[in-house]
Ligand binder design. Sequence first.
Ligand SMILES: [Zn+2]
Ligand SMILES: [Zn+2]
Length: 275
Amino acid sequence: MKNENNIINDASFHTHTFRCKHATGEVIDYARNAFEAGSRTLGISDHVPLPDDRWPEARMAFSELDDYTDAIEFAQKALPDLKIFKGMECEYAPEYHSYFKDELLGERAYDYLIGAGHYTPLAGTWINSFENLKTASALKAYSTYLAQTMESGLFAFIAHPDLFGCSNTHWNADLAACSRDIFQAAEATKTPLEINGYGFRKPPIQSTEGLRPRYPWRPFWEMAANYDIQVICNADAHRPKDVLANIKDAKCLANAFKLEIIDHLPTPGSDTKKT
Ligand SMILES: [Zn+2]
Ligand SMILES: [Zn+2]
């Protein structure tokens, strides 16, 4: 909502660039759009490059890390009245702990990292979480993986925790158990969960409830109300024009279940509750 100074409350801490191979636009394009829309805070969080260049299909090469960092710093200088946070969206694995902590958050002074379960470790391999979270064992592996990600203490929040909405058409007891485990870990580690606006822009799926977004999935967020957790509402923009897209829809969902929304960048593990 705009106030008399034309500044809006919406801020997104989840933004991609062309480097991840499935988004368009450079940091400065997203920054200009956010600023022109009235936002004064923006987080840039492209898919993290990994030192061994693992999972190259949906992220920049490790050799592009300097270029990405420079692109954020260029935008910070070009738009000094927009506070731009330097971030990455990351898959956690213990072998990358030191890289995330000592290199990205340490030497390179990144402001924050997002934890995300695009892949889930299961039975010695990694399955694609967008397609394969259909069985009780896969869902258990997903919640265990997100809990491990939160317990690392590295991540400001968890992106789209309800990603399993992509591979299930109706709610069931296995999904509820998986969700409970995620909420308990979020509560114990004080890690906010993201209501992700990108899900509203993806093609809906046909379910027993009729057409619905793949995520956010309402029964998950309805359950969230039973836990002492916080939520953060982001656009997850993959095109500059979407820099603040669907944040209002995400906030509307949070408000429907009286969830506590944070609109600032949380510090991992810190208690940001106002009361
Ligand atoms: Zn993601
Ligand atoms: Zn993303």
